[in-house]
Design a protein around this ligand. Structure first.
Ligand code: ADP
Length: 402
């Protein structure tokens, strides 16, 4: 007897040497399959996957296997003998980091749209070219399905000019589109919708501040369900302290590094993107768990990295009271936001002046995928909400199902 499965979306998220995939039911959010191909283009290319809660499986791919090879492996090997899953596809959803000012909604991918994503490469030079590889491969392999692009920047396109413009000469925006775009939009959007449900409010009346804290991280100000400010800028380098990225610094540091210390432009790019943030401050690790371990063992640099991370994050959150006005709740999400109780506790204490009072038991319980209220009754509310970007991509893509 053939098993029937609800309609699903194949969600594809390509990095330069990786391809994450998931088969998601857009109605229930159930993930039938999740997987990751890594080291693409290298001799050690490999792929791992898991059906639902079943055990993880792994295989090596041919040396130098590319994005097409990874998707072919998915179709021919992983989904072999699972015709019901193959038949359940109604669309393929592609995560795209930057849609610049061109794309504000989920968009059906045509040759014209591919050109638009190419145009946005200067805004996401590491990501958009990789997405285009995945899109080309998937359009070839799954030619009968609608392919949909879901842009990380789209949710932030509602920001007003006072939030998205830099105080630079006007023509840099007019002629070169230099402005703030933000990132992690699908995650900020997802937790905004979930927060509205937890608050029992319509989305259009939901006023919150969302902190997506992973290896990269950003804070967004949401007024009446719409993004009115966000901490990432032209690129994901601006904003809070991140794993290896510096976030906000005085731009003159760049001149100092070049003029006084003899750095090349490439050295500067590398330092600010890959050697700064938690890694630079701790001198040890970009991983938040590693910072916490160091701190617990009395490492002074890890303690300072933690303190600066929390202090700068709290300052961003406080500044977004200007953007939002009356705040219903503060939301934590992403690997650090969902799991680090000490970080949340420290940030809530720094924000005491805004009426936040931590509920220690609630804060301790909210980890490993649990959502929950982490503040006491009478406090300004703060929730942990595990993010689900795959579901947003699946739902946005399902709108274009045949
Ligand atoms: P990405 O931005 O790559 O998607 P994630 O959202 O998975 O990253 O977040 C990764 C970060 O979450 C890492 O810094 C990791 O140390 C941190 N993290 C994961 N689990 C915990 C935990 N239990 N406590 C503290 N930090 C954690």
């Amino acid at each position: 007897m053939e098993v029937t499965i609800n309609p699903t979306v194949l969600v594809v998220n390509c990095g330069s040497s990786s391809l994450k995939f998931a088969i998601v039911d857009p109605a229930s959010g159930e993930q039938y399959l999740t997987g990751l191909a890594e080291a693409l283009g290298l001799p050690e290319a490999n792929i791992s996957w898991r059906f639902g809660d079943a055990e993880k499986q792994k295989d090596s791919l041919a040396s130098g296997a590319d994005h097409t090879a990874a998707l072919t492996y998915l179709e021919e090997h992983i989904l072999e003998g699972k015709p019901e899953l193959m038949k359940s596809f109604i669309a393929v959803g592609h995560r795209v980091v930057s849609g610049g000012e061109l794309f504000t909604h989920p968009t059906l991918i045509t040759d014209e749209v591919v050109k638009g994503i190419e145009q946005c490469i200067p805004l996401a030079p590491l990501h958009n070219p990789a997405h285009l590889l995945g899109i080309a491969a998937a359009r070839r392999l799954f030619a009968d399905l609608p392919h949909v692009a879901i842009f990380d920047t789209a949710f932030h396109q509602t920001m007003p000019a006072k939030a998205f413009m830099y105080p630079l000469p006007n023509e840099l925006y007019k002629d070169h589109a230099i402005r703030r775009y933000g990132a992690h939009g699908t995650s900020h959007y997802y937790v905004t919708c979930e927060a509205a449900k937890l608050l029992g409010k319509p989305l259009s009346e939901t006023n919150i501040i969302t902190a997506h804290l992973g290896n990269g991280g950003s804070v967004s100000a949401i007024k009446n369900g719409k993004c009115v400010d966000t901490s990432m800028g032209l690129t994901p380098l601006e904003g809070i302290v991140m794993g290896t990225r510096c976030g906000d610094i005085d731009p003159s540091i760049v001149f100092f590094l070049i003029d006084t210390l003899g750095y090349s432009v490439e050295d500067v790019r590398n330092t600010l993107n890959k050697k700064s943030g938690l890694l630079g401050l701790s001198g040890k690790t970009s991983d938040f768990r590693g910072v916490i371990e160091g701190l617990e063992q009395g490492d002074e640099q890890c303690k300072l990295a933690f303190d600066i991370y929390c202090y700068r994050l709290a300052k961003y959150i406080a500044s977004y009271y200007v953007a939002v006005g009356k705040v219903d709740a503060l939301i934590f999400t992403g690997g650090i936001g969902e799991n680090s109780m000490p970080m949340r506790s420290t940030v809530l204490k720094l924000l005491e002046g805004f009426g936040f009072v931590e509920d220690e038991a609630g804060n301790a319980a909210a980890r490993f995928g649990n959502s929950g209220l982490i503040t006491k009754a009478g406090s300004t509310k703060s929730f942990v909400i595990p993010t689900n970007e795959e579901l947003v991509i699946a739902q946005g893509s399902a709108e274009f199902a045949k």
